[in-house]
Design a protein around this ligand. Sequence first.
Ligand code: ADE
Ligand code: ZN
Length: 324
Amino acid sequence: MLEELRKIPKAELHIHIEGSLEPELLFSIAERNKIELPYKSIDEVRQLYQFHNLQSFLDIYYQATNVLKLKKDFYELTYSYLERVHRDGVCHVEIFFDPQSHTSRGVLFSDVIEGIHEALEQGKKDFNISYFIIMSFLRHLSEEDALEILEQSLPYKHLIKAVGLDSSEQGNPPSKFKTVFSKCKDLGFLTVAHAGEEGPPEYIWEALNLLNVSRIDHGVRSIEDKKLIEQIIENKIPLTVCPLSNIKLKVYEDLKQHHIKELFDLGVRVTINSDDPAYFGGYILENYIQCKNSLGFTFKDLCKISKYSIEASFLSQVEKDRLL
Ligand code: ADE
Ligand code: ZN
């Protein structure tokens, strides 16, 4: 079964590239960049990866991100991720990156995006994995900050397919970013947003109605609002669900309580993704496996979910048909 699950062609649509920074790579890049880490060993770092909510994770995630300084760091980070998910049967990725967490430390936007892009091009050649890049705005910062990074990104617009919204959700509703998202739409970017991970269903409504998103990242709290679920089903809005992330960040105490199966059974186009695999105990295939083991998904269900992932991607219909 494991081998069969591995072989299903899957698209990963919810992966923060900074969240794929494994402790081993964290240490080697830190050493190369002469950055002293507040931890002594890889084991000590792994011990720290016990979170009680999203914020407790983000604090550690942003701290680790500080080791990434040069184009080659971003290249290595991205290439390592592709090498890893190639083994999980991934044929297409749409990766988030958080430019503000780098430019605020003096890292050049060009080094971030060129490092990521060159690794994705190499990964396409070496592993036959197609890709898109999604630039994510940090929602704990202001809309002015988002507008500023958008301006900085424009020379690289041809490399960016869509924009997203991530970081601390509670208290930072999608409505805060209405103007910048509208500008992005006018510029031709597609839009997605994290909503309903910790935040209420109202944030999902806002992402749909005010930010005109094509997909909702997470969206698990949609289960609390019947009208919202009806809308999501009717408009075929995909949810990029990250089951192991939701357990690690205590959205659910146990995978058995997760709503992904219920949403799937209702007809919601759910996809399975890893979010920040270096921190949450598993890459995409592990998320598929644990969903099967804890929630009673059949092999056929998981094939349908992987099909949803390709259909929900930003590939053209011709490219989707090639993968399906
Ligand atoms: N940034 C990285 N991972 C995230 C998550 N799970 N939610 C919001 N922002 C994030
Ligand atoms: Zn995420």
